[in-house]
Design a binder for this molecule. Structure first.
Ligand code: AMP
Ligand code: MG
Length: 425
């Protein structure tokens, strides 16, 4: 088995690592997994595009009318007073004008109809009036139109040959609409990642089994599975690893053979029963970091053969945060998607507190509008990293950087909504 990490960007792991450095170490040198496939564009929501989409022709393909009304040549129109023109011919969406435009006349035209040569301006029917003039029915056009009014130009959305969508993006519903507008029906995407999750610990039991004293129900598996799936990967929940080295070794080695990522929660601190780091070292390689964040500290990253290993803390709040901060970027990059840091929004704090310098703190934040509806952020009143209910009551994390030692009420603080991590959560 491969005992070496892909590069040595993970050296120096003994000290407490600043958050940004941990992120850099985790993601440096990471490449998308091998394996792209051609899929039907209509089924591609959530897939990651592996090859860009170029416009094979102008979109829209023709100049066309944006309204129901009348088309005419601007040279036949008096912008100051308006004009009265006879109507000769008709163009509707999908049924272009038959024959040529008769000079000095207007045509009846409908939304989406191709604008024929000889017509350069369209007036809405609401701005016209039918009049009888010299024994003929004519159309009176209101004054004040500009040349080119109410015409959507060929290529005004996308020019022939331009990039409609770049590679490495996860496709959203509107992207599928844009692909469809090119007429393309098959696209090349990365295959979904296969992520195996294990919970760990002799005390951890699965919901649905009878409660036993001293045990704790497994929160992490349900949460991680939903997070992984929300990120577009396939999650295989492989159960709970007991605190027994032989069983851990056997199950991790087996799972590494057919998954892209193995993810564990718990069992990576330096406690006596935390065997996973030692076993990972035997099977492949592992880097264990105490990251200078609160909550969360122990995070580990390793490799068994071609399979990546991510070890998250056991406490559910820390597992959730560390997933979003560290596992999600790794999954994103291996999935072929470009990873971008989550957007932070500066909001006034509704709390004051002292903070230890030297570590980054992530408080659970609750959005509260003031009387004018402007958002402010309160902090969940308790800090424990085992308080799973704090996550259900929060809207995101408040991030206090390493240098901060005090927050005063009213001061602007960085708020990261859960949705800013790029997952539907
Ligand atoms: P550990 O990192 O294994 O020492 O776990 C830290 C704490 O998280 C302990 O209180 C564990 O019981 C708890 N814990 C670990 N795994 C889970 C889990 N899957 N669900 C809920 N709590 C857990
Ligand atoms: Mg444990």
């Amino acid at each position: 088995m491969n005992k070496k990490m892909p590069d040595d960007c993970c050296a120096n792991e003994a000290a407490l690592l600043p958050h940004e450095e941990a992120l850099q170490k985790l993601t440096c040198g990471l490449k998308p997994v091998e394996g792209v496939r051609e899929i039907d564009a209509v089924d591609a929501a959530g897939a990651v595009l592996a090859k860009p989409i170029y416009a094979p022709r102008n979109i829209p393909a023709h100049n066309h009318s944006a309204v129901d009304g009348y088309g005419f040549r601007f040279a036949d129109y008096d912008r100051e007073t308006g004009s009265t023109l006879p109507v000769r011919g008709r163009a509707a969406a999908g049924s272009p004008l038959e024959g040529k435009v008769v000079p000095g006349s207007a045509i009846r035209i409908f939304t989406g109809a191709s604008v024929p040569d000889g017509i350069d301006t369209v007036i809405m029917q609401e701005d016209t009036e039918q009049v009888e003039c010299d024994g003929q029915i004519k159309i009176k056009l209101a004054a004040g139109l500009d040349k080119g009014a109410n015409i959507r130009l060929a290529g005004e959305d996308v020019r022939a040959g331009a990039t409609v969508l770049s590679a490495h993006r996860r496709l959203r519903p509107q992207d599928l609409g844009a692909i469809a507008s090119t007429g393309i029906s098959k696209i090349t995407c990365y295959r979904p990642l296969n992520v195996a999750i294990f919970s760990t610990g002799d005390e951890v039991i699965r919901p649905g089994t009878p409660f036993q004293p001293g045990k704790v129900y497994d929160s992490n598996a349900a949460m991680l599975r939903a997070l992984i799936t929300a990120g577009g990967a396939r999650c295989h929940d492989l159960g709970v690893l007991p605190d027994t080295p032989d069983m851990i070794r056997e199950q991790l080695a087996k799972a590494a053979e057919n998954h892209d990522i193995l993810m564990t929660s718990g069992g990576v601190s330096v406690g006596e029963l935390d065997h996973i780091p030692r076993i990972l070292n035997e099977l492949g390689s592992i880097h264990q970091w105490k990251v200078a964040i609160k909550p969360g500290k122990p995070v580990s990253f390793g490799q068994i053969g071609n399979c990546r290993f991510l070890g998250l803390p056991g406490n559910p709040v820390a597992a959730f945060l560390c997933f979003l901060l560290y596992a999600h970027p790794v999954i994103t990059i291996l999935s072929g998607e470009t990873w971008r840091p989550p957007r932070r929004f500066a909001l006034p704090a509704l709390f004051s507190m002292n903070k230890k310098p030297g570590r980054r703190e992530f408080l659970r934040g609750i959005l509260k509008p003031d009387e004018a509806g402007r958002l402010q952020v309160a902090k969940f009143d308790r800090d424990g990293s085992g308080l799973i209910s704090s996550l259900t009551k929060s809207d995101g994390f408040i991030e206090l950087d390493e240098e901060t030692t005090r927050v005063e009420a009213g001061e602007m603080v960085n708020f990261i909504p859960f949705s800013a991590f790029g997952l539907q959560i």
